[in-house]
Design a binder for this molecule. Sequence first.
Ligand code: AMP
Length: 591
Amino acid sequence: MLHFAQTCDAIAATTKKLEKTAIVGAYLRSLPLDEAATAAIFLSGRPFPAYEETTLQVGGSLLWRAIAELSGKSEHELTVIYRKYGDAGSVAAEALPERKGSSLSLTEVQQSFSGIATARGPSAKAFLLRQLLERATPLEAKYIVKIISGDLRIGLKESLVEEAIARGFEVPLDQVKRANMLLGDLGESLRLASAGKLADARLRLFHPIDFMLASPVESSEEALSYFQNASVEDKYDGIRAQAHISQGEVRIFSRTRDEITESFPELPGALAGLPKDAILDGEIVAWSGSAGAPARDESAKQALARGRALPFSTLQQRLGRKKVSAKLMHDVPVAYMVFDALYADGELLLDRSLYERAKILDKLMMSLEPSTAHVGTDAFVRPAERSSAAHASSQALFAFATPELPLAQVLRTPVATASSPEDLETLFTSARDRGNEGLMIKDLDSLYTPGRRGKSWLKMKRELATLDVVVTAVEYGHGKRIGVLSDYTFAVWDGDRLVDIGKAYSGLTDAEIAEMTEWFLTHKTSEQRLRLEVEPKIVLEVAFNNMMRSTRHESGYALRFPRIVRLRPDKLPGDADTIETAREIYDRQRH
Ligand code: AMP
């Protein structure tokens, strides 16, 4: 473990990516295979491989207490140290007593993590945690604590560990990435790399694959400048969801790869009817018939014809809940708008074109309810021919109800084609008329590229553009907001660094501001009169009228009339936009 910790310090000491991967590659190569596999997982900031469901369930306060007990330091002393580094691992390194030599191996740390994960209750976990930290030198404890907190903070993203494996074992990077994507296990990917068997990696169902992402476009002309064969769908305002279905078992994962099946108890039943194993990609939306949930004797088609997706704010009531009451399911019914198939009947579809995937998806959806009228990719229709009635009937639908559960719906997202900016404008207007955010414009010839934001999927919304940004500092407001942290400074990514791009103080509700104030107060890293620097964890979507060059912020840009559109709890800090995207928006608006 000491060697691991020293390596992490060395990685932190350089900002150069190439140097980081060289250090990690050589380190992994130097270890026996089992330890190298464990180290690869730890280096990604995780105690267990991504696909495993095991979690330690050790929160900040448990860690804090263990460090306090073992160091004998007072709360105040520890807080002073924390202010200096803003990270519990560094507190452990500075506060814990020196030990003679180190005897802790990576395998022992891994076993101890497994023990903590299976121990029941905080006191059993605290006991095992103390036992582990008691054996560690301060430097080792620093990284044990960081792994437990889920972030090493040494500027080493999972993708760099993949690069290091490719380098260390002299294998192609795309093969390592693919194996890790399919397995969700850097350790197993490393083993395959070392045996020259990366091609043997097979998909693990029920482990979420990264989502394909979209780039913003400003105009119909721009959208059509990237590719010829455009498939166009409404952009629904809900949450992205990947459904894994196998032999009647269904699990649903969010964009942050968390399992959210529990939040939508009415969906698995609807999907379990698929006769084949599948992974589907789509958006869960709040759904409304004219009077709430569809009646039980109403045909699926009728329900759909009078239904529409509701704004995100309605869906919000359904999010983050462990238990969902029948009343809530009835009051806020949901639909799963499916737009892609990543896997079907034993075949991984990522390397098939969207055109082919869409056909496979159409067939799958038909098998859910063969009697439902269905117009899929065979019926790509010109926008002008698409009345709203045609729109309603062009969806395959499966509805499922039991006496206990309200009706849930799984709908095939309707698709159209567009070959001119006018086509797109017409589609855009009707999407907005249906209450949706705008359009998603996708290249029919493109493959599914997990985790990548390319120009194969484009999103067109009404705002000039919005940026997803990370909050870096907060300030107390004025007037009635004097007691709450309501002014947010936010940043975009410039490589591994966050650079501030703006500040906004409107857009959230009072309840949201109160909730965020509480969060910021417990996650501040430093405090200066009315301003707190905070852990960069909260993602916001901000809109603005235009973008200017400015020296006020580190990014070199400033936003004119920035406003917070909404909190984005469905996004991780790493999902926020980059300075390149900001630059593109700036450049585009000048033309
Ligand atoms: P944004 O969240 O603004 O980056 O926009 C991209 C998101 O739009 C995706 O991640 C999906 O959650 C959502 N979305 C809504 N409708 C669609 C659609 N038809 N195809 C793909 N993504 C969609």
